[in-house]
Design a protein around this ligand. Structure first.
Ligand SMILES: Cc1cc2nc3c(=O)[nH]c(=O)nc-3n(C[C@H](O)[C@H](O)[C@H](O)COP(=O)(O)OP(=O)(O)OC[C@H]3O[C@@H](n4cnc5c(N)ncnc54)[C@H](O)[C@@H]3O)c2cc1C
Length: 503
């Protein structure tokens, strides 16, 4: 029986572990924390519950597939999945707001026409059609196939977004903010498109136009909530791993991957002991394992942002008609676009009683580096100009940024500030402490274009028997993408390095 060691119990790692166990591997997961799930955690206090990591799931098919391939009970029998509908309310900087329905293109067109004026819906719809073409052109290599050699990467260098090339843009592919301005011609529609990049920590001024696949995917496949909070998904995946015989060693950090004769031979643990293995699956950024420097800025322009989250325990019942997700558009540092996402799930499992509400604000922010400058006012934007880090442990830094996020939400009319019983503020420094991700960065999904700058490291490595999964590996971050990284690495291990993905 092949012995497989998996480093970390994050979502990508557990997805690989369950699949490999089903394929007959003896799988042991070494996790330095006391629990599974990585970034997918829950904070419980005084009867309130909060997702401290992801609050919504996109492309649930990835996790449905894992449950189908690894056992009898489908995902829906293990967790309660509900499509968020209405999908989102956007409140723009000029005070206009629009409520977008879930999964209905026609409904979206109508809502945009009503809120922003005739023609707005059609312009949005046409842009998303081009997003669909970009998606169809790159879906397999970008999400469903392993990225194994230079040839694979070259296929994704060019931006598949079919932007008309005019003026300056004849010479180079446009950025997302450029197609937004050229094709949408309304600052609120521009903000709507850019918000999809900002939500993933991408700067729309630097992200390739192919980032238009992000709103296309959300509109087509929906945004989903897991009953009881997203942690329930991590619990279900963990239970599935246990049911398939995966062993977990918690509180056990891996300090090094051992390589013998050019092949991964196992791992060395923090206590100096060694574990031999035929295959090693690395569910974390592997550079520190080789003594390599791993800073949040190392991974390219799509890699650097982290998240500031403000967990709000609110007095008073959730008002009738409250929507699950509100995106508030404000200005960040230097007038850059900034969004504050407000999640108000209305899930009785997250409150001590009906006279309370649990809400989470989140903002993409620069990653953490101890000793760097604290964030400037408005520093809760989508990353600083140079993509540099800030020190989120500097006195008052986190609280100031939380105040700004809450003020933005209240300016948009959410009325949360006056209802706060207590709050907890979490920054990239917390993410770094809990997951080990350098700077607490949350990698975005991989994107095609920009000469491959937004791709991640391949799942196979130059070392035989060593594979990468998780947000720092292909196809990038986000729950669905990390789930795919597990599927792709398991496929390569079971079928061999020539495997080109499931057909
Ligand atoms: C605040 C926040 C909000 C987010 N919102 C969303 C969202 O709404 N939707 C969405 O899809 N995604 C979202 N994400 C991203 C999503 O959570 C991640 O992409 C995904 O969970 C990362 O999984 P991973 O497999 O890379 O593992 P990670 O979560 O990075 O976990 C890595 C694990 O490895 C362990 N580890 C680290 N070093 C070692 C070592 N040396 N030895 C042993 N174990 C080690 C860590 O303790 C950790 O458990 C969010 C993330 C954050 C932080």
């Amino acid at each position: 029986m092949a012995r497989t060691v998996v480093i970390g119990a994050g979502m990508g790692a557990m997805a690989a572990a369950a699949r490999l166990a089903v394929a007959g591997h003896r799988v042991t997961v070494y996790e330095r924390a006391r629990t599974h799930g990585g970034a997918v955690r829950r904070l419980e206090r005084e009867g309130f519950g909060f997702d401290t990591g992801p609050g919504l799931l996109y492309l649930p098919a990835v996790w449905r597939d894992l449950f189908v391939k690894t056992g009898r009970e489908p995902l829906e029998e293990c967790v309660t999945l509900t499509e968020v509908d209405p999908a989102v309310r956007h409140v723009f900087a000029d005070g206009t707001s629009v409520l977008l329905p879930g999964g209905s293109r026609a409904g979206t067109v109508d809502a945009l026409d009503t809120a922003l004026g005739a023609g707005a819906g059609e312009r949005w719809s046409e842009l998303l059609s081009r997003g669909r073409r970009a998606w169809e052109a790159t879906r397999r290599p970008l999400l469903e196939e392993p990225l194994t050699d230079a040839g694979d990467r070259a296929r994704l260098d060019a931006d598949p977004y079919p932007a008309p090339r005019r003026g300056l843009l004849r010479r180079r592919a446009p950025f997302l903010s450029e197609i937004a301005r050229a094709e949408l011609r309304d600052p609120r529609l521009v903000a709507l498109l850019e918000s999809h990049a900002l939500a993933h920590g991408l700067d729309p001024r630097r992200a390739p136009a192919s980032a238009a696949v992000l709103p296309y995917l959300e509109q087509t496949f929906g945004a989903w909530y897991v009953g009881g909070g997203m942690r329930a998904l991590a619990d279900a995946v963990y239970q599935r791993c246990l049911a398939r015989g995966v062993e977990f060693r918690f509180g056990t950090a891996v300090s090094r991957i051992t390589v013998e004769g050019g092949r991964a031979a196992g791992v060395e643990l923090a206590d100096g002991s060694r574990v031999a293995a035929d295959t090693v699956v690395c569910g974390i950024d592997p550079r520190p394992m080789y003594g390599g420097r791993a800073s949040a800025a190392d991974g390219g322009p799509g890699y650097a942002a982290g998240r500031l989250t403000v967990l709000l325990a609110l007095r008073g019942a959730r008002p009738g008609g409250t929507v699950h997700r509100t995106v508030v558009h404000t200005a960040g540092p230097g007038g850059t676009a900034r969004t504050v996402t407000v999640l108000r799930p209305g899930d009785p499992a997250l409150v001590p009683g009906a006279e309370c509400e649990s809400a989470v604000l989140s903002v993409a922010v620069p990653p953490h580096r101890a000793g760097a400058a604290g964030p400037s006012s408005g520093g809760a934007g989508a990353g600083s100009e140079d993509g540099g880090a800030v020190d989120w442990t500097a006195p008052g830094a986190a609280e100031r940024a939380a105040d700004e996020a809450l003020a933005a939400a209240d300016t948009a009319g959410l009325g949360l500030g006056g209802r706060v019983l207590w709050r907890e503020v979490r920054t990239p420094a917390d993410t770094e402490r809990e997951t080990g991700a350098p700077g607490g960065a949350v990698p975005a999904p991989a994107l095609a274009g920009a000469d491959g700058a937004f791709l991640r490291a391949a799942n196979s490595t130059g070392t035989a028997g060593l594979y990468r999964v998780g947000g720092s590996a292909h196809p990038g971050g986000g729950l669905a993408h990390t789930g795919m990284s597990g599927a792709l690495a398991a496929g390569l291990i079971v079928e061999g390095d020539d495997w080109r993905g499931s057909r």
